[in-house]
Design a protein around this ligand. Structure first.
Ligand code: IMP
Ligand code: MG
Length: 205
């Protein structure tokens, strides 16, 4: 128990075709991102961070403990994905959204992929008249987006592959992997047709 770096659980780790970023690499990059955010908001007064759950929970915790600014944390929960692809329909799971009128808002999400989720989240937040809204993602996929939305802050640019770990899931699994890795194609194929799985079921972001 004296090892400071978490060991990836062997069974989950075996489902990865390769690891993209291990825990030290993620935390190093979050330090840089946190420094950039801290500089940009140094004179902005109290910041409101809106985390898109569940995918951003590890990112949220590790990033914000490196941001020494006065801030408050809100969250919202949306779903748009079915298995390994976006349905394009973004559902907000709560009727009352955080009160952000007149506030500087930084949205945190795990990954910018098709753009449907962050496009819809930004539009809903802007309806409430915030002072500003910026988007911060851990991962940004290199691909053509279905919606015109770009991240103001991004941890890593990655290829258009399905990744899991460090908060990101496949059918709600792998969120607790401490690294980010590419999920094996045969695991994806098995998951969508496997016993006990509801093929195409939506799940939390
Ligand atoms: P978008 O709406 O297509 O931009 O995707 C946003 C959401 O889809 C993210 O917040 C994730 O929950 C999920 N997602 C997109 N790509 C991946 C991936 O490679 N692995 C796991 N989840 C993903
Ligand atoms: Mg997800």
């Amino acid at each position: 128990m004296d090892d400071l770096q978490c060991q990836p659980p062997a069974t989950m780790h075996a489902d990865l075709s390769r690891v993209l970023y291990d825990e030290p690499a993620i935390l190093r990059r979050l330090g840089e991102l946190a420094a950039q955010i801290s500089r940009d908001y140094a004179d902005a007064g109290e910041l409101t961070v809106v985390a898109v759950l569940n995918g951003s929970f590890m990112f949220l915790a590790d990033l914000l403990r490196r941001v020494p600014l006065p801030l408050r944390v809100e969250s919202l929960s949306v779903s748009s994905y079915a298995g390994d692809r976006s349905t394009g329909v973004v559902t907000f799971k709560q009727t009352v959204l955080p009160d952000i009128a007149g506030r500087h808002v930084l949205v945190l999400d795990d990954i910018l992929d098709s753009g449907h989720t962050l496009h819809a989240v930004r539009a809903r937040l802007l309806e409430q008249g915030p002072a500003s809204v910026r988007l911060c993602v851990l991962l940004r996929k290199r691909r053509v987006r279905a919606q015109a939305v770009e991240a103001d802050y991004a941890g890593f640019d990655i290829a258009d592959e399905f990744v899991v770990g460090y908060g990101l899931d496949y059918l709600e699994r792998y969120r607790n992997l401490p690294c980010i890795g590419v999920l094996r194609a045969d695991v994806i194929a098995r998951g969508l047709t496997g016993a006990g799985q509801v093929a195409g079921s939506g799940h939390a972001s």
